[in-house]
Design a binder for this molecule. Structure first.
Ligand code: NAD
Length: 481
């Protein structure tokens, strides 16, 4: 495997474009703390070029029939699929994600999403003719919204980019993708695949860069819609700008979801899924159910089940298929998470397992998976998004109390209910104020909308609902003849 991997150009107008300046950014490997590669880092002039290319490409791309666009996307999906294993390994090296997860979410998921949206538009009609209630008829035309700015974070870089560019391209929009600097290298896989698939020049443009570059892109007069995934503070800043500009925006932001363990829960089922539901991707997952709510009648049992399960998780090299917890993405993220663990201790909460950096791993930004018990829901560690492998357990008295605690959060993205009675699970899910809820499991579905309420964001991705924001309806009225 390469020890360094440099990508010092942008992908603009179907070509490898020389950056306007010498600015670059190093991508550091999470497990080794060494330089994995260097990417070009976009400045305003590079963004101007990328947006101009996307604007030039828009008329021809939107004029294609949906079926012709679907054929392009099929070739694009195939080119992504052939790269899936290498993409997964590259991303794991960038952000520390265990490879067993990365193979699916970074490797194969993007091609599945591109294929899904190709199928969603294939054979579809642009126009719907409706008889007018007042005589005559109206043609309701679905136009693509235009040039899309897609801005993505480092935690699931491939899936989160594909959730935006797949529906955008299928709808007839063109895209400027600005990936996070921490995971800039894997973003170039989309460019490699676009070249192999023969996507028309300018339809997809890729310009890694930092926060300021993202902010410049959001405000750019050539952008018609912004699709953002990232932190709530950045989402608020972007939402404010888009509000002022009256620019459509989708915001997928942070979370602090609750796992309600009902009194009738099967704790074996719950424990078996704890890693996937609450600690997935080393806890760097927006929808993770990190607040565990346990009925007081079974509190000790829940604490024991969680503690034993978490204690046994295998910490290791993210490229090892046996690894369950890898390193965090950066030193800053590791320090932030350790700071929260300190804050929890300082507030007097008991750590039942974990609680620091693991012994014997001097290299790599590892944090032990950590459990706090007896945590009041108003504690900082229960209210703020830690974005690391830290769980809290809070007792509750009765279902109404559990629901109140679950909803006592600024966020509303995910949540899980653990019960042997699915009807009861659905009734509880109904009262959880969030965009998604899992019953005895949590798994995003390609065909179902994903997104949040409250500080978790605006709008939905995936499913038909994830395609709709990339269209703009136009009504053309015809008189009676
Ligand atoms: P971040 O907000 O710092 O950065 C995300 C992306 O936005 C990066 O590309 C960054 O360069 C860019 N950016 C930052 N500020 C910007 C601004 N003002 N204008 C334009 N672009 C800007 O987030 P992060 O630390 O990279 O990611 C972690 C956060 O993302 C967590 O809060 C997590 O919950 C959230 N997240 C949400 C979802 C979801 O679907 N709801 C999914 C994954 C991650």
């Amino acid at each position: 495997m390469d020890t360094t991997l440099d990508r010092r150009e942008f992908f603009i107008d179907g070509e490898w474009a020389k950056p306007a300046t010498e600015a670059t950014a190093e991508v550091i490997e999470a497990a080794t703390e060494t330089v994995l590669g260097t990417s070009a880092s976009a400045t305003e002039a590079d963004i101007d070029s990328a947006v101009a290319a996307a604007r030039r490409a828009l008329p021809a791309w939107r004029a294609l029939s949906p079926t012709d666009r679907a054929e392009h996307l099929d070739r694009f999906a195939a080119a992504l699929r052939t790269r899936a294993k290498q993409t997964a390994a590259l991303t794991s090296r960038e952000n520390g994600m265990p490879i067993s997860l990365s193979v699916n979410v970074n490797g194969y998921a993007p091609s599945l999403m591109v294929g899904y949206y190709a199928n969603a538009v294939r054979g579809s009609e642009r126009d719907e003719v409706r008889p007018s209630a007042f005589g005559g008829r109206t043609v309701v035309r679905r136009d693509p919204v235009g040039v899309v700015a897609a801005i993505t974070p480092w935690n699931y870089p491939q899936s989160l980019a594909a959730m935006k560019l797949a529906p955008a391209l299928a709808a007839g929009c063109t895209v400027v993708l600005k990936p996070a600097p921490e995971t800039a290298l894997d973003a170039y896989v989309f460019a490699d695949a676009a070249v192999e698939a023969g996507l028309p020049p300018g339809v997809l443009n890729i310009v890694p860069g930092g926060r300021e570059t993202g902010a410049y892109l959001v405000e750019h007069p050539g952008i018609d819609k912004v699709a953002f995934t990232g932190s709530t503070p950045a989402g608020r800043a972007i939402g404010e700008v888009c509000g002022r500009l009256l620019r459509p925006v989708t915001l997928e932001l942070g979370g602090k979801s609750a796992s309600i363990v009902a009194a009738d829960a099967d704790l074996e089922v719950f424990a078996a899924q704890l890693l996937e539901v609450s600690l997935v991707n080393n806890g760097q997952t927006c929808h993770a159910s990190t607040r565990i709510l346990a009925p007081r009648s079974r509190y000790d049992e829940v604490v024991e089940a969680v503690t034993e399960t978490v204690r046994c998780l295998r910490i290791g090299d993210p490229l090892d298929r046996e690894t369950e917890i890898g390193p965090l993405v950066s030193a800053a993220q590791r320090d932030r998470v350790l700071g929260y663990i300190e804050a929890g201790r300082w507030a007097g909460y008991r750590v039942t397992t974990g609680g620091g950096a693991p012994a014997g791993r001097p290299t790599g930004w590892y944090v032990e998976p950590t459990v706090f018990e007896g945590v009041h829901n108003n504690a900082r560690i229960a209210q703020e998004e830690i974005f690391g492998p830290v769980l809290t357990i809070t007792p509750y008295d009765g279902e109404a109390d559990a629901i109140e605690i679950a909803n006592d959060s600024q966020y509303g993205l995910g949540g899980t209910v653990w019960t042997t009675d699915e009807e009861r699970g659905l009734a509880i899910a109904d009262r959880i104020h969030s965009g998604t809820v899992g019953i005895n499991h949590y798994q995003l579905d390609l065909d179902a909308p994903f997104g949040g309420v409250k500080a978790s964001g605006l709008g939905r991705e995936l499913g038909p609902e994830g395609l709709a924001p990339y269209y703009c309806a136009k009504s053309v009225y015809f008189a009676t003849r």
